[in-house]
Ligand binder design. Structure first.
Ligand code: PLP
Length: 453
């Protein structure tokens, strides 16, 4: 017989299904009532290891005590809402003070805050157009930048984000990302070759579709998120910087998902030694409180007319206070060191699954950086006749079946992209024990799906 809590959950889920739009997808039909560290708790009593962190948001785990305390103190002893066009508030400025030394380049000295990643993308596009007095934006195939109109127009990861919503914002052009799938080449193609091909395509795009003099910005996720968790080779990012410098084009680096320690450094772009003109940050920034940041050079942001940027809740005081606590906790608790150690364990465990002869050629690729890591599986059909992912003997729909099995075994895990990819985005402070547990659940899930065929 179902327990009282599971029947209560079932009726609430039914209520939600009836009254919440079908336009939202859900991984689990349940009601989460509590989160603590690396775990979430459902109303029906289930406790699950959370290797999704709400899509890369709760980097310090759910309800980190120092972050929650800072937010509570801001509500009780400070102020909840100071509209950004009325006056500064203290946490806003304290946060900037803390972010300055974290920037991948000292030229990034001008900050403004928003609520979501999409809003930050919108602001970056507006800033780039105003600062360059040019219109066109080049985005990468496979990119995800959000669901609002400007962000949707530069999003190229799945048609579900734009299907039925056309016409999109004009002036957007697409360049291939150095991901073997997109170029129809084998998974082990050297990164130098991928880089060369994509930079060549970019030059063609300038010659055939968007003249450099009409191009305001190139927007890129240095580690492609919703497009498959693919790190761009440093040479490609450096090549983009050189192209931007040669033509006066701005480089917008979207680190909404890959930023804030997720890849083992504050921002992934610093691993390539590349200077962004505009850097976007969100997700892990406030550990669950809605906050995003647009960072650029003061000389660029000062071309904006007062009032042309801003929003009712932009840079909310509670979210900023939480973000200040996140930065402090990351330092005090040596979170980046934990990322390095757990990342090595995660890669070792996933590569062992890949190398396991009993699992055949099921795992094609293990990739990523820090704790933003993906496993790509083979597929019996691939995405077309020339897809290197096609392996006739591979089980169908591996990624979603493995993710579903992980949920049944007590771990939340997400898929990503139009390919057979699952992604690991555990808390940055995940313990060694929980990392081992997550890896064991994943291995069991893969073994079972391969057995079932
Ligand atoms: C790289 C990137 N940019 C932008 C966004 C959009 O952020 P939001 O969902 O907060 O609007 C996301 C969200 O997943 C993202 O991963």
């Amino acid at each position: 017989m179902a327990s009282a809590s599971s029947s209560q959950q079932a009726s609430l889920v039914q209520f939600g299904q009836k009254h919440v739009t079908h336009g939202l997808g859900r991984v689990v039909e349940g009601v989460i009532t509590k989160g603590e560290g690396s775990y979430v708790y459902f109303m029906d009593g289930r406790k699950m290891l959370d290797f999704t962190t709400g899509i890369g948001v709760t980097g310090l785990g759910h309800c980190h005590p120092k972050v929650s305390a800072a937010a509570a103190a801001q509500c009780v002893d400070g102020i909840v809402h100071v509209q950004c066009s009325i006056a500064f508030h203290e946490p806003y400025l304290q946060l900037i003070e803390r972010l300055i030394p974290m920037m991948p380049d000292p030229s990034l000295d001008s900050f403004f805050f928003w609520n979501s990643g999409s809003e930050a993308v919108e602001a970056a596009i507006k800033l780039a157009r105003t600062a360059t007095k040019r219109q066109n934006i080049i985005s990468m195939q496979g990119a995800y930048h959000g669901r609002t109109f400007g962000a949707m127009a530069v999003t190229k990861s799945k048609t579900i984000y734009s299907q039925g919503f056309h016409p999109l914002m004009p002036g957007v052009f697409t360049c291939p990302y150095p991901y073997w799938h997109q170029l129809g080449v084998p998974a082990d193609t050297p990164t130098e070759k991928l880089t060369e091909t994509c930079l060549n395509q970019l030059n063609l795009l300038f010659a055939q579709a968007s003249a450099p003099a009409d191009t305001a910005a190139i927007i890129i996720e240095p580690l492609l998120g919703e497009g498959g968790y693919v790190p761009a080779p440093a040479g490609f990012l450096q090549g983009l910087r050189a192209v931007c410098d040669a033509h006066g084009i701005l480089l917008i680096v979207d680190e909404v998902q890959s930023g804030f320690g997720r890849t083992g450094t504050n921002y992934f772009i610093e691993q390539a030694g590349v200077r962004p003109d505009i850097l976007l940050s969100a997700k892990g920034l406030a550990n669950g409180f809605p906050l995003s940041a647009v960072v650029s050079r003061k000389e660029l942001t000062d071309v904006l007319s007062p009032g042309s940027m801003g929003g009712t809740y932009a840079g909310n005081a509670v979210a900023c206070a939480a973000a200040v606590a996140v930065v402090d906790a990351m330092k005090e608790e040596k979170v980046l060191e934990n990322v390095a150690e757990r990342s090595a364990e995660l890669f070792a465990a996933l590569n062992a699954v890949r190398a396991d002869a009993a699992l055949g050629r099921t795992v094609l690729d293990v990739r990523g950086a820090g704790l933003m890591v993906a496993v790509e599986f083979a597929s019996p059909t691939g995405t077309g006749a020339h897809d290197a992912m096609r392996v006739a003997s591979a089980p169908a729909k591996m990624a979603s079946r493995v993710a579903k099995k992980c949920v049944e075994k007590g771990m939340l895990l997400l898929t990503t992209s139009v390919y057979e990819v699952v992604r690991f985005i555990p808390p940055l402070n995940v313990s060694q024990e929980d990392m081992a547990k997550g890896c064991a659940i994943f291995r069991e899930a893969v073994e079972e799906v391969v057995r079932e065929g």
